[in-house]
Design a protein around this ligand. Structure first.
Ligand code: OGA
Ligand code: MN
Length: 304
């Protein structure tokens, strides 16, 4: 044994160090919703202190933008799983091959076949609000971005609730609303090629559900509006015309500019938003420009 590798008598065994804390910054956006996470590499496992910091920032800011993430689909899945179970999207043809936990969001057509869901987010919505157990949050990772357009808007539904005019607040007090995956399905089928007719099995997976119009965030206790033009079809217990009018007013109020953060995608962004606190919208890009992102969706709990 050489002298250099010999254990010197003064050295004692140490348990393996916990994962070293990463140095990273969380910088809130000026808009008041969302924050940017700088200097964190999600291809390395996060220790529990770093994870807690991210978790808290997600609750505080509702959407986190992790810049410059060179991560594989498996690393994207592994990081997402730390927040809960992952949901498998009903449109199986748009799963990433080998990774059903990833939904491919893409306008790219290869050999006449769309590789992903090209019209995801065309109407304001909270992901999977059409299920009894909707989503906690989603993580969208940029793969290929267009030179122009393709922004994603996020509206803060806590602010929307906090600023709701008294008459609207009274109109929805204690009320529940119907959410349906099929709310805009026919319109989407007419506008593009991404929406097949659903099989009886798929239809059985997306039967309409009812959720409170105002929900309480299960982790922060803050109230938020929980309706959207994409999936909410009517308010229970109101005549149809009144329900339509109240919903339209709620939709318009929710997405007022003061409540909205506009995300302009940069290469390798990973964006993690809270579906319990926000609704979001794809603004779209010119059809000839390629845009592809990968999404994981974390299961939440029943809104109350
Ligand atoms: C989604 C979604 C918006 C976008 O993937 O859930 O709504 O801008 N995407 O791609
Ligand atoms: Mn979405």
């Amino acid at each position: 044994m050489s002298v250099s590798t010999a254990i010197r008598p003064t050295e004692t065994w140490q348990p393996p160090a916990p994962l070293a804390a990463h140095e990273f910054e969380i910088v809130p956006f000026a808009e008041g919703t969302g924050a940017e996470v700088l200097g964190l590499d999600l291809s390395r496992e996060l220790g529990s202190a770093d994870f807690s910091r991210i978790h808290q920032a997600h609750l505080d800011h509702h959407v986190l933008v992790f810049r410059d993430q060179r991560i594989t689909p498996q690393q994207h899945i592994d990081f997402s799983r730390r927040f809960g179970r992952l949901m498998i999207h009903v449109l199986h043809q748009f799963h990433l091959p080998g990774h059903p936990e990833i939904l491919v969001v893409s306008n790219v057509v290869e050999d006449g076949r769309p590789v992903g869901l090209g019209d995801a987010g065309r109407y304001w919505h909270s992901d999977i609000s059409y299920k009894a157990i909707p989503s906690l949050g989603s993580l969208l990772h940029a793969q290929e971005l267009p030179a122009e357009g393709g922004d994603t808007l996020f509206a803060n539904m806590h602010l929307a609730y906090d600023t709701l005019p008294a008459a609207l607040l009274a109109a929805v007090h204690g009320r529940r609303a119907v959410h349906s995956y099929l709310a805009k399905y026919g319109e989407l089928q007419q506008r593009g090629n991404w929406r097949p007719n659903l099989s009886p099995e798929q239809l059985a997976q997306v039967r309409e559900v009812v959720h409170p119009v105002v929900r309480t965030h299960p982790e922060t206790g803050r109230r938020a509006l929980f309706v959207s033009e994409g999936f909410t079809t009517r308010i229970e217990g109101l005549p149809e015309d009144e329900s339509r009018q109240v919903l339209d007013e709620l939709f318009a109020h929710s997405v007022r500019a003061a409540h909205v953060y506009r995300h302009q995608w940069r290469a390798h962004d990973l964006v993690f938003w809270d579906n319990r606190s926000l609704i979001h919208l794809a603004t779209g890009c010119p059809a000839q420009l390629r845009r592809t992102l990968y999404r994981t969706t974390i299961e939440g709990d029943a809104p109350f």
